[in-house]
Design a protein around this ligand. Structure first.
Ligand SMILES: Cc1cc2nc3c(=O)[nH]c(=O)nc-3n(C[C@H](O)[C@H](O)[C@H](O)COP(=O)(O)OP(=O)(O)OC[C@H]3O[C@@H](n4cnc5c(N)ncnc54)[C@H](O)[C@@H]3O)c2cc1C
Length: 466
């Protein structure tokens, strides 16, 4: 019986592969386990699964054919961009028959429209390519994150990614002027007219932003650029405590109009990064550091200096006005995820907490880690200006879910979110009910079932499969 079932399964897989080959051509259906491997494990190394195949459609018509083939053969699809997501949403789940649909060939990138400041980008265009194109034309992408060389426009929009500059320009949602996507039944939906004001009916684009591949495959995005900021200045500021950091945030927001970034790192996180980079510390010892960036115009510099004077940190700040100096400071913060990854697997929590409760939230973290993951190392860093911290626990047992539960429950108690910018993915689907009511979850399921009745798009991501 087992042999018969195995034969039947092999037959099904073969039929699926034949249909996928019909859809995208033999060169773009990857079945060799060695070739597939790079697509089957995410950047962090923590999440992985086996795919029946990896397919590389060239355009939205081929995306449509891939979805039809999968639907016909009862396979599900995991859309994948740069595979830099950190929550297990971009790789297959254990069990089931899944096909990875990579957007690696959807890389058409238009010229920015000077009248509207918008540019049309294929879902597979990397953030770095978009940033370069924007700068060539005197604009700026208005979004930045450390994974810029691999993370794609489609993945960024699908996660509603934030990054270091959300404090000024908002998250990816604010950058979306239009979307083209293919839904589970192969229907193509597209609103790419670039109108700033267009409230005719429900906004499918709004629904697709942050949908993490569970409602449709995004194939193209009309990206809203921002005017290029002037020269920037950066300051690394030692801080005594989280309440001091929260106070500094309020003062900077109030006074510095051109605040481009406001990042936080603990001394442990900074030391790890410095060791990884082989660099020495540019600042005196402190428990915490804020990295501030703003435009280098007279008003901004005067406002920044006055805030730092009032906070008593002006003399201790390490300030960089030239590009190389700014890059050096920025790199310390940006290299933290790489430094953590170089130490092996870690547990990661991308949480957001209202400013009023941030100090209370952090004060309890040490105790939670001591209790539920004794012997491991806690560090945090992130986007202070947005109340978004990346908490990492290094050295916890790989199957220790007690610490996940403890941290997410505490976030919920602090009226925060278990997912600020990385998405829910597979990792956090089971915890979503901590921060979303059953009415909200029911509404999400109603939308999911209406757009993807056979549940073929990224099953198990965001919404836990019942
Ligand atoms: C070093 C490092 C730094 C990072 N810094 C930040 C940061 O500052 N801010 C931040 O927000 N994130 C950050 N991230 C996380 C990650 O880069 C973002 O989540 C990014 O948006 C993922 O883009 P991607 O193209 O790699 O998507 P993937 O990882 O390939 O996919 C992510 C999710 O989107 C879905 N998806 C991808 N493409 C599509 C598509 N075309 N249509 C529909 N669904 C799709 C996938 O199914 C998956 O659920 C960082 C990651 C790393 C490794």
């Amino acid at each position: 019986l087992a042999a018969t079932a195995q034969l039947a399964r092999a037959h099904l897989v073969n039929a699926l592969i034949d249909s996928l080959v019909d859809a995208v051509g033999p060169d773009h259906v990857l079945t060799d386990p060695e070739v597939r491997a790079g697509f089957e494990t995410d950047w962090s190394g923590r999440w992985s699964g086996t795919a029946a195949a990896v397919v590389r459609p060239a355009d939205s018509t081929q995306v449509k054919s891939v979805l039809a083939a999968c639907d016909e053969h009862g396979a599900s699809i995991v859309p994948q961009g740069g595979n830099t997501g950190l929550v297990g949403g971009s790789v297959p789940r254990p069990g089931g028959q899944q096909v990875i649909l990579t957007t690696a060939r959807l890389t058409e990138l238009g010229e920015p429209d000077p009248a509207t400041g918008q540019v049309c980008a294929g879902a597979g265009v990397t953030l770095a390519a978009l940033q370069t194109r924007a700068r060539e034309h005197g604009w700026d992408a208005g979004l930045d994150l450390g994974a810029r060389d691999s993370a794609t426009v489609g993945g960024i929009v699908a996660c509603d990614a934030g990054g270091t500059r959300a404090i000024r320009y908002g998250t990816a949602r604010a950058r979306v002027g239009g979307i083209e996507a293919v839904l589970a039944d192969g229907t193509r939906v597209s609103r790419m007219n670039g109108l700033l004001k267009d409230n005719a009916g429900l906004s499918l684009e709004a629904l697709l932003v942050g949908s993490e591949g569970i409602l449709g495959v995004i194939t193209e995005v009309l990206w809203r650029l921002v005017p290029s900021p002037g020269e920037l200045t950066a300051a690394l500021v030692p801080l005594s405590s989280v309440p001091a950091a929260v106070e500094l945030t309020a003062r900077l927001r109030e006074s510095v109009r051109t605040l481009e970034a406001l990042e936080l790192m603990t001394a442990t996180a900074m030391d790890l990064s410095l060791a990884y980079l082989g660099a020495s510390s540019p600042a005196e010892k402190a428990p915490l550091y804020a990295l501030i960036e703003c435009e280098a115009d007279d008003d901004s510099l005067a406002a920044l200096s006055s805030v730092l004077q009032d906070a008593g940190t002006a003399d201790r700040a390490s300030v960089a006005v030239d590009a190389a100096g700014r890059e050096r400071l920025r790199r310390i913060r940006e290299a933290i995820p790489e430094a953590i990854a170089s130490r092996g697997l870690s547990r990661k929590y991308d949480i957001g907490v209202p400013a009023a409760r941030l100090s209370e939230f952090v004060a309890t973290l040490d105790g939670l880690v001591d209790t539920y993951a004794p012997g491991s190392l806690l560090l945090y860093f992130g986007h202070l200006g947005d109340g978004n911290l990346h908490v990492s626990v290094l050295g916890a047992e790989p199957d220790n879910e007690l610490i996940d539960n403890a941290i997410f429950s505490w976030v919920a108690e602090c009226e925060g979110t278990i997912s600020a910018e990385h998405g829910v993915g597979f990792h956090k689907a089971r915890y979503l009910s901590l921060v979303r009511s059953s009415a909200e979850l029911q509404a999400m399921w109603a939308i999911k079932r209406a757009l993807d009745p056979h549940l073929i798009l990224n099953p198990g991501a965001v919404l836990e499969v019942e």
